[in-house]
Design a binder for this molecule. Structure first.
Ligand code: ACO
Ligand code: PYR
Ligand code: MG
Length: 376
């Protein structure tokens, strides 16, 4: 067992010091691209500034005979692209038992480690997987002379990973967040679905039989589709909140069903996730919209804060009781709105917040904690 005192010491001589807090930069949408797909890769530079995260995917969905081309392609894109302040560069490396992951990590850290913000590790089973990556990254960072640690994001896509979710979330100060991996998780759990995320019409509850009707069991009754992912997302959100890291929905594979996609994303947002993945350009605006508080929610939260005065006691607003606890929820909403508005002028306008600095350049750039530099 590591002593808490050792937790924030570098794991290799010369490696950068671990962060004591995960940067809270906007990450509503993590947009996946395949760096071995020339047509897709060519679109990446123009997407800078339109998504919070561009993720060069090296794992599933990249053909086995394109794994090296994907790695080389990602290095080339990273070197040639200026990602600015509003878009991060992430990657998803191959799984830790694959023949590619060692070369993925050594190549990416040594070639583009200064540009990579987060490495997503798939199929994480327990804290031991994070410990392995943690030490290896420290060695590679030291060798590459990096001054800032690369963070780690784990995908929950095995039953064992879900069972160990709290230990994974707390395994290293490098841990940035967790995503749901519904496709592999469904297979590992032997769920009888064949989809990538989303609901299933067979997973439902049915209204009770009507009273006083002949053959009531077979009478027409409403059915309500249930959320297959509620349990896992809720566990993931609690584990992340407990360890000060961030939770994300993951992929929604039915690209054409933009309505159900939005519903699934919103469920995750309401439960505490900060973002999701987009697999196709059509999902980008959905994710950005859903994971940004609405103007109405922000306006309501401000009214509650104002009505609550010093923040204690109870008041009535629109027929509802508000107290210290509902105030805290409103503060969560407002902190998120401030943070997003600081790097998104359209949201700043929507929420009608003003930059605090006189030259109009205020805002934190999203990296220095909630609401820095902004006034309501
Ligand atoms: C379970 C998991 O692991 S999920 C994560 C792994 N999966 C992925 O990363 C999938 C990423 N996405 C994709 O591979 C593709 O979007 C697909 C296969 C789903 C659909 O691709 P297509 O059939 O080409 O979609 P479509 O024809 O609608 O594309 C429209 C345009 O958007 C482009 N495009 C599609 N997806 C992307 C993307 N992720 N990023 C950038 N551009 C894209 C296409 O190149 C096409 O460009 P064009 O208009 O110049 O021809
Ligand atoms: C996200 C992912 O990798 C999965 O659903 O399997
Ligand atoms: Mg997977």
């Amino acid at each position: 067992m590591r002593s808490p005192k050792d937790f924030f010491a570098p794991l290799a001589v010369g490696a950068p010091a671990p962060l004591t807090q995960v940067p809270s930069r906007p990450s509503r949408v993590i947009h996946f691209f395949d760096p071995s797909n020339a047509k897709m890769a060519a679109k990446v530079p123009a997407m800078v500034g339109t998504v919070d995260v561009l993720l060069g995917n090296l794992e599933d969905a990249v053909k086995a005979d394109k794994k090296e081309a994907a790695r080389v392609g990602l290095v080339a894109i990273a070197k040639a692209t200026d990602f600015g302040d509003s878009t991060q560069l992430w990657t998803r490396v191959n799984s830790l038992d694959s023949p590619w992951v060692l070369d993925d990590l050594t190549t990416l850290v040594s070639e583009i480690g200064d540009k990579l913000d987060v490495i997503m590790v798939p199929k994480v089973q327990g804290p031991e997987d994070i410990h392995y990556v943690d030490r290896l990254l420290a060695q590679l960072e030291a060798k590459a002379g990096l001054t800032r640690p690369i963070l780690v994001h784990a995908i929950l896509e095995t039953a064992r990973g879900v069972a160990n979710v709290e230990a994974i979330a707390g395994a290293s100060p490098r841990m940035q967040g967790l995503s749901l991996g519904p496709a592999d998780l469904a297979a590992d759990r032997r769920m009888k679905t064949t989809r990538v995320g989303g609901g299933h019409p067979g997973y439902l509850v049915r209204q009770d039989p009507p009273a006083g009707v002949e053959d009531a069991v077979n009478a027409p009754r409403a059915t309500y589709q249930q959320d297959l992912w509620h349990y896992t997302i809720a566990r993931m959100v609690d584990a992340c909140a407990m360890h000060g890291i961030f939770a994300y929905y993951g992929p929604f594979g039915d690209i054409a069903d933009v309505v159900a996609c939005e519903d699934q994303f919103r469920n995750a947002f309401l439960l505490g996730c900060v973002g999701t993945w987009s697999l196709h350009p059509v999902q980008i605006e959905i994710a950005k919209r859903v994971f940004s508080p609405s103007a109405e929610d922000v306006a309501h939260a401000r009214r509650v804060v104002e009505a609550m005065g010093d923040g204690t006691g109870a008041v009535m607003l629109d027929g509802k009781m508000e107290d210290d606890a509902s105030l805290k929820q409103c503060q969560v909403m407002l902190e998120l709105a401030d943070r997003l508005a600081a790097s998104d002028p359209a949201l700043a306008e929507l929420y009608a917040v003003q930059p605090a600095s006189s030259d109009g350049s205020g805002g934190s750039g999203g990296d220095e904690g909630a609401g820095a530099g902004w006034v309501r």
